[in-house]
Design a protein. Structure first.
Length: 740
């Protein structure tokens, strides 16, 4: 198969077109030039867009990533040659599904290609699935390494077996391991479930035995602990009278503190009753600070008045001078326009033209009379009179011209102007002087208004502050007194707040100490505790411990009794346990059989791998030797496609992880090219697509890779996308790059 051209509205591509040729195609574009987008478009045209993909952390699904940036539907066209005929593929939106609409026709006709659908297009044209293509001939940006895939594995297995591609070691091994896991996998397998059920039965039987033992033990402990509790309670009652005396003293102290706090609050509330609230006082302090700002702004405005006054007077004086004074700007402009038109008017021509016409008529009459010869003499007076009239008209025209010139010059002299348009320039300057004078006067009035407004604000604010303070200190007359009065008022408010907090604390303490009950004696002394007893705190701790232990023992007895009532008949448990043993033995035999099957399958796969690996490794080694100039001659590849490379004179290979990035990418590129040759269909020349695959190559190995591609291009079409110009420079005239 060979691709001839592609047209795409896809991602950043907007009706873009890419023309390709047979063999090697070098496509050059800068970063963000659309190279990777063209690669994704090519793959999407062949295999469609995965519509079930969803965006996730660090990944955008293809259906969202390649929505056209300019809006509009995601659509495209691909022209290609397949089986000797030209075919045109088209994809576009179908409902909400991108690229779901599909057509495949023979180019230039409306004849559909039989059997080619949106789902099987890539697999029929290339002979492989999307997964195999992405792991062989499609090298995405930064994706030279190959991952395992069941279908690729089947194709490789077919090379060294019967040719059947319907069996995969990975799939068979997965099926056997799935069966094995169903029998034994953590807690969800059949064997663990049976073992767990038997363990539950064993535990139930053991619990029955323990419950009977625990019930007897708990009953004895309950009797002993009850007697101990009664003895401690009697001893503790003796101490309660002494504790009541201590509570009485604390109660009296708290009540005294409460009365003191109440008195302090009442005194401060009386002092604060005549004052505004704290918020009003703080707002007044803010107004006092703003008063200072008003003073500063007023001084600034008053300082600007003289300069503004002088500027306005100077500009008004300049505006009242000149030829147009005292006209308004519009009047001056109309006057200047009239004078300019007078100075620029053309000289009168009517009299000269009339004299010329009369003269011509007189000459014509004389010519007629001369031709008649016999005409009466008095007729010769007609041309003579006409000539005289022509002379008179000519003299009148000359006089009018001299008069016009004298008037136009007088207008120019009036304005001391050289040209008529200079008159309008003087009127424009007159207008500008008037505008400047008006602007200066407006600024002066604005400064005056600002100063007046600031004075009014200062007066109002001063009166407002005095009114606020006079509520509680009427003797204050100035702002200094206002400041002091506000400070005193806020101090009283703060003291009141603190006193209220103390009152709240005293009230809370008094409320937490209820009035003691019980006898304390006439003198307040409680009877002494019995001699030889421990302290009340120790007795209380002992009582709590005994009660806790007694409750625990009662709970143990209830649990043991309840468990014995609910566990059921032990004979039924024994019968079920025997059944479980038989089923466990049968499932264990099945598990052992599956284990043997997996071992046999592994051995067979190792044999198959031993047959295939040499061919793939040998071909990859040949390609790597060509890409590295002979430095690396051997390649090793595990079943998981983890590669290693060995230098020509080295004893041991090195893992690709231990190589430089450039060398590692050369190793995996060699493996991909070997897989292309061995695993892809020979009858279908699958195009090789490489997106910036040589970015990590140095110049020498890049040149070797290009030489190999040029040779390989004789077998299949190659599309090498690059963001560098060095590939084109290395090829020289060998292959002109396609510039995006």
């Amino acid at each position: 198969m060979r691709i001839k051209s592609m047209t795409a509205s896809f991602g950043k591509l907007r009706n873009a077109r890419l023309e390709l040729k047979p063999g090697f195609n070098l496509i050059e574009a800068p970063n963000e030039g659309g190279k990777s987008t063209w690669c994704a478009f090519l793959r999407a045209m062949l295999y469609g867009i995965p519509t079930r993909e969803r965006d996730r952390q660090g990944y955008i699904a293809e259906k969202n990533r390649y929505q056209p940036w300019a809006g509009g539907p995601m659509e495209g066209e691909m022209n290609l040659t397949w089986n000797g005929r030209d075919i045109t593929l088209c994809r576009g939106p179908k409902g909400s599904a991108p690229f779901a609409a599909f057509s495949a026709v023979y180019t230039g006709t409306e004849e559909s290609v039989p059997g080619l659908t949106a789902e099987n297009c890539g697999e029929i044209l290339l002979g492989v699935s999307r997964e195999v293509y992405e792991r062989s001939a499609f090298v995405g940006q930064g994706g030279a390494a190959i991952g395992a895939d069941a279908e690729l594995e089947r194709r490789i297995a077919a090379l060294v077996s019967s040719g059947e591609e319907d069996v995969s070691y990975t799939e068979v091994e997965g099926r056997l391991r799935e069966w094995q896991r169903r029998r034994r996998y953590n807690k969800s397998g059949l064997i663990p479930k049976l073992e767990n059920e038997r363990a539950v039965l064993d535990d139930t039987l053991a619990r029955q035995s323990r419950a009977r033992s625990q019930a007897g033990e708990a009953a004895g402990e309950i009797e002993r602990l009850t007697a101990r509790k009664n003895a401690i309670s009697a001893a503790l009652a003796v101490h309660r009278q002494a504790e009541n005396r201590d509570r009485y003293e604390k109660y009296q102290t708290a009540q005294a503190a409460l009365r003191s706090a109440q008195a302090e609050v009442e005194a401060l509330q009386a002092a604060a009753a005549r004052m505004p609230d704290g918020e009003t006082l703080r707002a007044a302090q803010g107004d006092l600070a703003y008063h200072k700002t008003l003073e500063a702004n007023l001084r600034l405005a008053e300082g600007q008045l003289p300069a503004a006054q002088a500027e306005a007077e100077t500009l008004e004086q300049a505006a009242g001078e000149g030829l147009f004074a005292p006209m308004s700007p519009d009047e001056a402009w109309r006057q200047a326009s009239q004078d300019r038109d007078r100075a620029a008017a053309r000289p009168p021509r009517g009299t000269g033209l009339a004299a010329l016409l009369v003269l011509i008529a007189a000459a014509a009459a004389a010519a007629v009379l001369f031709a008649m010869r016999g005409a009466s003499p008095w007729l010769w007076g007609v041309p003579g009179g006409g000539a005289a009239l022509a002379v008179i008209l000519a003299l009148m025209g000359a006089a009018r011209t001299r008069s016009w010139r004298s008037g136009a010059q007088a207008v120019l002299d009036k304005y001391a102007a050289q040209y008529p348009d200079d008159i309008l320039a003087q009127a424009s300057a007159y207008r500008e002087r008037h505008v400047a004078a008006q602007e200066a006067r407006r600024k002066l009035e604005a400064v005056r208004a600002a100063a007046a407004d600031l004075r009014a604000q200062r007066t109002d604010l001063t009166q407002s502050l005095l009114d606020t303070v006079h509520i509680f200190e009427p003797h204050v007359t100035d702002l200094f007194g206002v400041s002091a009065a506000l400070s005193r008022g806020l101090s009283v408010r703060e003291k009141l707040t603190a006193a209220l907090v103390r009152l709240e604390g005293a009230a809370a303490l008094a409320a937490s100490l209820p009035r003691p009950e019980g006898p304390v004696g006439e003198d307040g002394a409680a009877p002494p505790p019995p001699m030889g007893e421990t302290s009340p705190q120790q007795l209380a701790a002992q009582l709590a411990a005994v009660e806790e232990e007694l409750a625990r023992r009662k709970n143990d007895l209830a649990l043991a009794t309840g468990e014995l009532n609910t566990l059921g008949d032990s004979a039924l448990f024994e019968a079920r346990r025997e059944e479980l043993g038989e089923e466990l033995e049968r499932r264990g035999q099945e598990y052992d059989a599956l284990t043997l099957s997996l071992e046999a399958l592994g051995a067979a796969n190792a044999t198959l791998q031993a047959r295939f690996s040499p061919a793939l490794n040998a071909l990859a080694g040949e390609i790597l030797s060509a890409l590295t100039g002979g430095k690396y001659a051997k390649v090793g590849l595990s079943r998981q496609f983890e590669a290693s490379a060995q230098e020509a004179d080295a004893a041991l290979p090195r893992s690709a992880l231990a190589l430089s990035q450039g060398t590692a990418e050369q190793v995996y590129l060699a493996v991909r090219l070997a897989v292309c040759r061995l695993a892809l269909p020979e009858e279908e020349s699958v195009p090789l697509v490489l997106d910036d695959a040589l970015g990590a190559f140095d110049d020498a190995r890049m040149a070797l890779a290009l030489d190999y591609f040029l040779t390989l291009a004789e077998e299949r079409q190659i599309l090498l996308f690059t963001c560098h110009t060095r590939e084109a420079g290395c090829l020289g005239g060998g292959a002109a790059p396609i510039l995006l």
